[in-house]
Design a protein around this ligand. Structure first.
Ligand code: F6P
Length: 329
C-alpha cells in the first residue's frame, strides 16, 4: 500500500472535512501518498484526482461541507461505469480507496471492492440510517443545528400561542425527528417507523390549549411526507383550534460547523481507515459500537434496515411524546 485515494459522496455531512484531514495526515505520517477525488463517483469516473499534502487539509477540521465536493451519481450502479472508475484508479496507481458517504455511496464502494480493490468506507450521512454503527459522521452536528433552530421557533410560537409543524430531514429514517423531538421538548414526532394518528395528535394539541400551554411543536420527518401535506391533514375540517404554522428546515441541517463530537468521530474513523488499509483490511466500514471503533464487513451491514434505538422510543413514550402507532411488519 503506497498510494491511497479518498472521496466524499452523496449528500454532504458536517465532519467529512475533518475525516479527509485525518486520512491525509495519518496516511502521510505512515509514509503513504494521498490523493483526493473531487465530486464523488462522478469525479472518479472523470479522472478528477488531486494530490493532497498536509497543507491542503490545513484548517479543515473546522469546516462544514466537503472541500473535495460531492455528487450523487446514479450511473455508478452500471458495471461499465464501475470499470471506468477502476481504470482511472489504475492509471493513477491507487492501491487503496476510502469512501465517505451514506448507503448508496457505500454500495458503490462494495462494488469496487468486489473487483479486488482494497476499499474502506466511512459512514457519512446526517440521517444516521446506516446499519452497524451507532453514529454516522455529521449526525451530532445536524442534531445540534436542528435543536437550535427549533428553540428559536418555540420562542415565536409561544409569543403567538401557536402550534408549529417543523419538517426535518431523514429520507427513510426517523432518527433526527425522534431525537430532536425529545431534546427540544416538542410534543409530537411524526416519523416513518410509526403510523401517525391524527386524532391523537389533535387531542394532544387540544389538551395543551386547555391547560394554557403557550406553544406546541410537531416534528415531521420528511420520510413520512412533506410538512405541507401533514399541515393540510392536521388542519382540514377545522380540527385544530390554534393557529398552525409550518417551517421546513431543509438543507441548513447539513451546513452546521462540525461539533466536537463529529470532529473527533471523523478524525478517529479517518485514522482507522488508513490503519485498516495498511494492515490489509478491505471491504468494510468503520463503525462505532458502544463507543468503540470496529470494522464491519460491507456484506454484514449493507441492505439491512437500522432500527431506532429502543430506549429512545421508550423514553419518548414515557415522557408523554405522541409518536403514533407501531407499524405491524
Ligand atoms: O442523505 C442525506 C439527506 O440529507 C437526506 O436527509 C435528504 O433527504 C437528502 O439528503 C437530500 O438530498 P439532496 O441534497 O440531494 O437534495
Amino acid at each position: 500500500m503506497k498510494r491511497i485515494a479518498v472521496m466524499t459522496s452523496g449528500g454532504d455531512s458536517p465532519g467529512m472535512n475533518p475525516a479527509v484531514r485525518s486520512i491525509t495526515r495519518a496516511g502521510l505520517h505512515k509514509g503513504l501518498e494521498i490523493f483526493g477525488i473531487r465530486s464523488g463517483y462522478q469525479g472518479l469516473v472523470d479522472g478528477d484526482l488531486i494530490p493532497l499534502d498536509s497543507h491542503s487539509v490545513s484548517g479543515r477540521i473546522r469546516d462544514a461541507g466537503t472541500f473535495l465536493q460531492t455528487s450523487r451519481c446514479p450511473e455508478f450502479v452500471k458495471p461499465e461505469v464501475q470499470l471506468r472508475a477502476l481504470k482511472v484508479l489504475e492509471q493513477h496507481r491507487i492501491d487503496g480507496l476510502v469512501v465517505i458517504g451514506g448507503d448508496g455511496s457505500l454500495k458503490g464502494a462494495r462494488a469496487l471492492h468486489s473487483y479486488g480493490l482494497p476499499v474502506i468506507g466511512l459512514p457519512g450521512t446526517i440521517d444516521n440510517d446506516l446499519f452497524g454503527t451507532d453514529m454516522g459522521i455529521g449526525v451530532d452536528t445536524a442534531l445540534n443545528t436542528i435543536i437550535s433552530l427549533v428553540d428559536m421557533i418555540r420562542a415565536t410560537a409561544a409569543s403567538h400561542r401557536r402550534c408549529f409543524v417543523v419538517e426535518v430531514m431523514g429520507r427513510g429514517s426517523g432518527y433526527l425527528g425522534l431525537m430532536t423531538t425529545i431534546s427540544t421538548g416538542s410534543q409530537v414526532a411524526v416519523i416513518p417507523e410509526f403510523r401517525m394518528n391524527i386524532d391523537s395528535i389533535v387531542e394532544v394539541l387540544d389538551s395543551r390549549s386547555n391547560a394554557n400551554h403557550n406553544a406546541s411543536v410537531i416534528i415531521v420527518a420528511e420520510g413520512v411526507c412533506q410538512g405541507a401535506e401533514f399541515m393540510q391533514r392536521l388542519t382540514e375540517n377545522g380540527k385544530v383550534k390554534q393557529e398552525v404554522r409550518l417551517t421546513v428546515l431543509g438543507h441548513v441541517q447539513r451546513g452546521g460547523t462540525p461539533t466536537h463530537y463529529d470532529r473527533l468521530l471523523a478524525s478517529r474513523m479517518g485514522e482507522m481507515a488508513v490503519l485498516a488499509l495498511i494492515s490489509g483490511e478491505k471491504g468494510s466500514m468503520v463503525a462505532t459500537v458502544n463507543g468503540k471503533m470496529q470494522l464491519r464487513d460491507f456484506d454484514e451491514i449493507l441492505d439491512r434496515r437500522k432500527a431506532l434505538p429502543g430506549d429512545a422510543i421508550r423514553l419518548a413514550r414515557n415522557i408523554g411524546i405522541e409518536i403514533g402507532d407501531v407499524v405491524e411488519s
